[in-house]
Design a protein around this ligand. Structure first.
Ligand code: URP
Ligand code: ZN
Ligand code: ZN
Ligand code: ZN
Length: 484
């Protein structure tokens, strides 16, 4: 049984050309003119692109006294509906918990996935057990990325000494460090002060996490990564201060990547000033939405290449869950959804406006992250032998985003009412057609774990450079006698 995508234009991160694509056994078997197959998908007027990869999701995540409401089933269904064919979720150990036990919990949740997925491991505490298990996670579980929270004091946060120890361990193991960069100590102080002054509403969430706290933490993480000799990936880069730190580090030759979210690119802080408490609370996430200047900085970064990947940080809570924080903004579960909307919103606000080329769109939604995470060209490519994770993208198709017709299980959508132009006609996950012209044909459990080896080419280049430039004792001809 083979499938052929006919009459489309293949768009990859570096090429645009007319060709049919033939798929067999879940992989791309042939690319060229006039191909034949058992099943034909008509791509007339469409772009045939690598399916999106969202490297930042929290599905069924235990957080702030509850669980995020989209699980691996509804979350990956939403992903496929929007043209995303792989998600990477964060396995979070409880304080003192074994990394391997946390991974078992994530293994259990992810059996329901409709599309392929991988995990990042979070380092939420530090000790000999974590140090030892990191090697097993890398070598036996195929996970090369480790996330560190510099915020959420008293919960997920780790301190600088722990960051340095973990980053050094990652350098030895050939892994990649990731950070949620906000100064958690200052956020905790600002939050307490705001509450004491009667600032209890969702807008105070934004006041408690200004761009400066993100900029400082990003600079600190870059410095610690540099000292430890490890590549660094900064998740949810939301402001100029953080972007500036990443841009400067990259210009200095450091191996640092920044990841803006579609929410920060298209929604701004005015959402928190809405008179409707629910409206504002539904948009509470960390870092918060910023003003238009910060938004402009993120778009510029994508165009300039100083920011590399667009993600969602999909972490969906219902209105009922958000209301845990009525009277105290620090109790509003942090997180927003976006899995179904990332690709259409980025196409509409990026490609349709001329900020991004279609090839750049593919780069920032799929190919760049596949390379960073070391699963390219299995993922993120239209090449013979690659997984047939593809989206047939109709640039003329339009819709109005609405919670009423979304796949996510929550009762609202932060993009409600936004018009998008550019949507999937078909989405294929390893050759299986999961979205067929508006019809959802996902298959629970179809998704498989994607293992990712350590010691990427970037790790090798960085360790070579660090070795070459390491401090060395000066060879001296004579040493003065001591103790005279
Ligand atoms: O507010 C957010 N971003 N919630 C999810 C957890 C995280 O910080 O990424
Ligand atoms: Zn975060
Ligand atoms: Zn996150
Ligand atoms: Zn299947």
């Amino acid at each position: 049984m083979s499938t052929v995508i006919k009459n489309g234009t293949v768009v990859t991160a570096d090429l645009t050309y007319t060709a049919d694509v033939r798929i067999e056994n879940g992989m791309i078997a042939e690319i060229g003119p006039d191909l034949k197959g058992d099943e034909v998908l008509d791509a007339t007027g469409c772009y045939v692109m690598p399916g999106g990869i969202d490297p930042h999701t929290h599905l069924e995540m235990p957080f702030m006294g509850t669980y995020s409401s989209d699980d691996f089933e509804s979350g990956t269904r939403a992903a496929l509906a929007g043209g995303t064919t792989m998600v990477v979720d964060f396995a979070l150990p409880n304080p003192g918990e074994s990394l391997l036990d946390a991974l078992k919990r994530w293994d259990n949740k992810s059996t329901r996935a409709n599309c392929d997925y991988s995990f990042h491991m979070a380092v939420t505490w530090w000790g000999e057990q974590v140090f030892n298990e990191m090697k097993t996670v890398v070598e036996e579980r195929g996970i090369n990325t480790f996330k560190h929270f510099m915020a959420y004091k008293g919960a997920l946060m780790v301190n600088d000494d722990e960051l340095y120890a973990s980053f050094q361990r990652l350098s030895e193991l050939g892994g990649i460090a990731m950070v949620h960069a906000e100064n958690g100590d200052v956020v905790a102080e600002l939050s307490a002060k705001l509450l004491a002054e009667g600032n209890t509403g969702p807008e105070a969430h934004a006041y408690s996490r200004p761009p400066q706290v993100e900029g400082e933490a990003t600079n600190r993480a870059i410095m610690i990564a540099d000292m430890a000799g490890v590549p660094l990936y900064v998740v949810h880069t939301s402001c100029e201060e953080s972007h500036e730190a990443i841009r400067r580090a990259r210009q200095l030759g450091k191996r640092v990547w920044g990841e803006p979210l579609i929410q920060h690119l298209t929604l701004d802080e005015s959402e928190y000033f809405n008179k409707d408490w629910d409206h504002a609370a539904r948009r509470v996430m960390s870092p918060p939405f910023r003003n238009k200047q910060h938004q402009e900085s993120l778009w510029n970064g994508l165009q300039a290449g100083s920011l590399s990947v667009v993600a969602t940080d999909h972490c969906a809570f219902t209105t009922e869950q958000k209301r845990y924080g009525v009277g105290d903004f620090t109790k509003i579960p942090n997180g927003t959804g976006g899995l179904e909307d990332r690709m259409p919103m980025l196409w509409t606000h990026g490609v349709e406006t001329g900020r991004l080329t279609p090839n750049e769109f593919v780069a920032v939604t799929s190919t760049n992250i596949a390379k960073i995470l070391n699963c390219y060209p299995k993922k993120g490519a239209v090449l013979v032998g690659a997984d047939a994770d593809l989206v047939v993208w109709d640039p003329e198709k339009t819709k109005t985003i609405s919670a009423g017709s979304q796949q996510s299980s929550i009762d609202y959508n932060v993009f409600e009412g936004k018009e998008v132009k550019g949507l999937p006609r078909y989405t294929l996950t390893r050759g299986k057609v999961a979205v067929h012209d508006g019809e959802i044909r996902t298959e629970e459990g179809h998704g498989k774990f994607v293992a990712r080896a350590a010691n990427t080419t970037v790790n090798k280049a960085l360790s070579t450079w660090k070795e070459l430039t390491a401090p060395r004792p000066v060879e001296r001809s004579g040493i003065p006698a001591t103790g005279v």
